[in-house]
Design a protein around this ligand. Sequence first.
Ligand SMILES: Cc1cc2nc3c(=O)[nH]c(=O)nc-3n(C[C@H](O)[C@H](O)[C@H](O)COP(=O)(O)OP(=O)(O)OC[C@H]3O[C@@H](n4cnc5c(N)ncnc54)[C@H](O)[C@@H]3O)c2cc1C
Length: 392
Amino acid sequence: MILEHKDDLKAFREAVRSWTHETAPPERAHEWHRSKGPELVEIQRWWLAECHKVGLAIANWPVEYGGAGLGLAHQIIIADEFARARSPGSDMFVISLNHVPGTLIPHGTEAQKKKYLPAVPAGELWCQGFSEPGAGSDLASLKTRAVRANDSGGDHYVVNGQKIWSTNSMYATQCLLLVRTDPTVKKHHGISYLIMDMNTPGVEVRPIRKSNGASNFGEIFMTDVRIPVENLIGAENNGWMVSQSTLSSERGVLSFDGAERDMIFLVDVYNQARAEGAAWLDDAELRREFITLFAEMQASRQQIRALLREPHEPGVFSMTPSLVKMARTTLNNRIGAFRVRAQGLSSQYGDHSTWRPSMYEFLETFGSTISGGSNEIQRNLISERGLGMPKG
Ligand SMILES: Cc1cc2nc3c(=O)[nH]c(=O)nc-3n(C[C@H](O)[C@H](O)[C@H](O)COP(=O)(O)OP(=O)(O)OC[C@H]3O[C@@H](n4cnc5c(N)ncnc54)[C@H](O)[C@@H]3O)c2cc1C
């Protein structure tokens, strides 16, 4: 078993490597690298289940919640080996793997932890219902209303309202939901945090089509949705405080995993270009640009390692997550633009036997400059809270 080697990092790395190559052979990588939508969800669910059999799906979670309690050194090895083997990844389960434990472990009841945490490595897909048409950067302005009622149906909230941009909500069975329970107090004080079963009557998801044709986020409409009071996370009207744990859990391992994968991807782009004798290799300017992007990607990986090593004291502001978020997302956007320019017209349709088309991926990169707090908001945080510059 792989975890038996956890005290010897070299042996641990070797065990992770050979298991990964056996379970998801790199020769099959094209199957997951070109897939999208429900097909990708099923591939990643399969991969999560395989990883869980050997203790690697939630290896960083505490032992009492089914994890292996492994630290940063092990997480780096796992991410590194998974990326090098071009394994399927688990980004469709990002909310389940990061935000759910990041919220439930500090704030959930024992019953909530017992019910929801073991379901994550078994493949339960969660979405995040925070943003609304009038509440994105100014999230505390959210209007989705929850009214407490106690009738023949038991003690529950009746929820009415609309969420938007909810990633993978069309595949999710559970939702981390922010609602307004008291509209009479200051906006940050009247918010509560609920768990919503997406199969509850009154919940309707409408996918939103993006510029690249994909629909991996959606609007969630809620009409008289009854949510049991035991699904409240934290105290009523204290949801804003709980939501800060959800948002800060985004600084988790998956961003690291993504950087490792992006690095390997750049190596593959170069190797494929050489194998095909791609025209851009004869263009000195494009070669220079590629090397610049490659070097910046290396720097970004180191920056993420530094972020993960940084002690995180609740309530103490750090600029590093904002710097990492901005650097990573703008770099990915530039890499996307480079691939489109280097491939020319074929980026529109390309050779799809290996990867999704470059133009598809390029258009996808814009979303991450907005999600998780837009880059403009990150710049405000860095300048005002990090550097103490005047507001405005
Ligand atoms: C790919 C993607 C995935 C997402 N996934 C989810 C999800 O799963 N769950 C969820 O709840 N939400 C999700 N979101 C929503 C995301 O959190 C919001 O889009 C984001 O917070 C911005 O809010 P908004 O769209 O309402 O834009 P607004 O807040 O209206 O902002 C519009 C523009 O104004 C700028 N702006 C706003 N305020 C300021 C300011 N004070 N200073 C300078 N500039 C400012 C913004 O940067 C932006 O460019 C996702 C978004 C995207 C693009």
